[in-house]
Structures are given as structure tokens and as C-alpha cells.
Design a protein around this ligand. Structure first.
Ligand code: OAD
Length: 250
């Protein structure tokens, strides 16, 4: 049997499956990844000017406008066949969980219910000063075009500036999210890691943590990202082709 057949068989018999996802799973929905050389966001933008607390201090309107633009991109995108395969798998009686690094909401819109967001969510905002989470009103979500500077709204409690509820470089992951992820990853039969370059820690350690907890790890990526451990399967291809086939062939 080849890797694909083996992986399909393992998935078929799994009782508890965790999908660990990165930007590559949303690429075919039209949301750019970060590090793909021609199309990734970091080929066009400097993350240090946009994804750090320092960048927000220096130019809050640039950073806020950039996130409004990304939020618009996300709301215009639709869940794809890979997101849908995951939510459909949960209908088959298995326990299925998603631990995602993505800040989009395409897993939820595909119907997945158990989604842990390790890097926060574009749907949320909080105060830069007092950290209180805040709901944004439709008027505060004025559609932003790429590069438009939009001054962030103010916090109703302390009048500080609102920032997106996501994790920036050098910031800690939300404690609850990491704890939930660890509980799931250490206790699953199979971890399917989809569309992540495995560069940004601590999230990048998740496949290794699953392997050391005796789970089988199936990687789905257009590049070979395997760790070359015995319990791993590397399925090379686009998420929207590989994931549905993995289930249909099992
Ligand atoms: P990257 O942009 O680093 O990696 C995307 C991965 O997806 C690469 O390994 C690609 O080969 C793969 N890929 C691209 N298209 C694909 C497709 N159609 N099917 C399958 N795989 C595909 O994105 P992440 O690994 O998610 O952090 O990046 C991790 C973190 O870095 C992000 O969460 C973000 C960023 O800085 C924060 O926002 C804190």
C-alpha cells in the first residue's frame, strides 16, 4: 500500500481525529498564505510593519485598515472542499476537532463545531490598553480597500484604541486555546496537519507532540513537510483534492 492508501485506512478506523490547519487550507478559497514565494502575504508586505504591537503603536490606522481589508477578504471567501471534508467527517460518528492557526472563520462556516483558534480570530477585537474584548458594530467594519488607513475605534471603557483580537509576533498564544489544543493533540489517534509550513512555534511543534503521544500524523501539503518519523504519512497535493479523496478512498 502507498502512503495515500495507508492514510485512508488509518483515518477510516480512527475514533478521535484532530485536524491541525494552516493558511494552505484556505488558499483555494482565495485567501493568500503567508510564505508561499509568489502569492504569500509576506512576499508583498513586511510583517514587522503590520503584525506587531510596535507597528500598531507607530501607525494604528495602517494596521487597523490592513486587518479590515483582510476581514473583508475573509467575508468574501467561501469554505472550500477541504473545510467541508472536515465538517462532513464529524457527521460519521468519530470525534473530530480542529486546531487552527488561521484567523479566518472558514472552518466554522463549513459547519465545524469544535474549532480552537491558536492565533486568535479576525472576527474579534480587544482594547490595546485595557485588553477588554469588544464587539464591533457594522459601522466600525467599514469596508476597507487594500492599503487604506482607518483609525481604530475607541474602547467604551477606557478610551484606548481597539486592536484585532489576534496574536501578533512576540505575543503569547491565548492560554486557554493552547491548553485545549494540548489536551486534544495528546489524546488523538490521528492528527491530520494541513497546509502549514511548520515554522511558527509553538504551534509548529504540534505534529511532533502528537507523534510523541503515539498518534499517527498525516501531512497534507503541496510541499514535503514531513519530519521523517515512522508514524507519519506525507500526502503531497492541494488540500481540496487530497482531503476529499482521502475520505472517499477509505
Ligand atoms: P505559511 O504561509 O507559512 O504556510 C502555508 C503552507 O501551506 C505552506 O507549507 C504551503 O506549501 C502550503 N500550501 C499552500 N497552498 C496549499 C494548498 N492549496 N493545499 C495544501 N497546502 C498548501 O502559513 P502557516 O503555516 O499557516 O501567524 O503560517 C503560520 C503562522 O505564520 C500564521 O498563523 C501566522 C503567520 O505569521 C500569526 O498570525 C500569529
Amino acid at each position: 500500500m502507498n502512503d495515500k492508501e495507508n492514510a485512508a485506512k488509518i483515518l477510516k478506523h480512527a475514533k478521535k481525529v484532530v485536524f491541525f490547519t494552516g493558511a494552505g487550507i484556505s488558499a483555494e478559497s482565495g485567501i493568500p498564505t503567508f510564505r508561499d514565494s509568489l502569492t504569500g502575504l509576506w512576499s508583498k508586505y513586511d510583517p514587522s510593519r503590520l503584525e506587531t504591537a510596535q507597528a500598531f503603536r507607530e501607525n494604528p490606522a495602517l494596521v487597523w485598515g490592513w486587518y479590515l481589508w483582510r476581514r473583508r477578504q475573509m467575508s468574501e471567501a467561501l469554505p472550500n472542499a477541504a473545510h467541508l471534508m472536515i465538517s462532513n467527517l464529524a457527521e460519521t460518528g468519530r470525534e473530530v476537532y480542529v486546531v487552527t492557526q488561521n484567523i479566518d472563520n472558514l472552518h466554522e462556516r463549513a459547519g465545524s463545531q469544535n474549532v480552537v483558534h491558536l492565533h486568535g480570530s479576525l472576527m474579534s477585537a480587544k482594547c490595546f490598553s485595557c485588553h477588554r474584548p469588544t464587539e464591533l458594530t457594522p459601522e466600525q467594519l467599514v469596508v476597507s480597500r487594500e492599503g487604506e488607513e482607518v483609525p481604530p475605534p475607541r474602547c467604551g471603557r477606557c478610551n484606548g484604541r481597539l486592536r484585532p483580537g489576534i496574536v501578533w509576533f512576540k505575543e503569547d498564544l491565548p492560554k486557554g486555546a493552547w491548553k485545549s489544543a494540548m489536551r486534544l493533540v495528546r489524546d488523538c489517534d490521528v492528527l491530520v496537519s494541513v497546509g502549514t509550513s511548520g515554522i511558527v512555534t509553538p504551534a509548529a511543534d504540534i505534529p511532533e507532540i502528537a507523534l510523541s503521544s503515539k498518534a499517527v500524523v498525516i501531512h497534507v501539503n503541496i510541499d514535503d513537510v514531513s519530519l521523517e518519523e515512522p508514524n507519519e504519512y506525507m500526502l503531497i497535493g492541494k488540500a481540496c483534492s487530497v482531503l476529499p479523496a482521502l475520505w472517499n478512498d477509505s
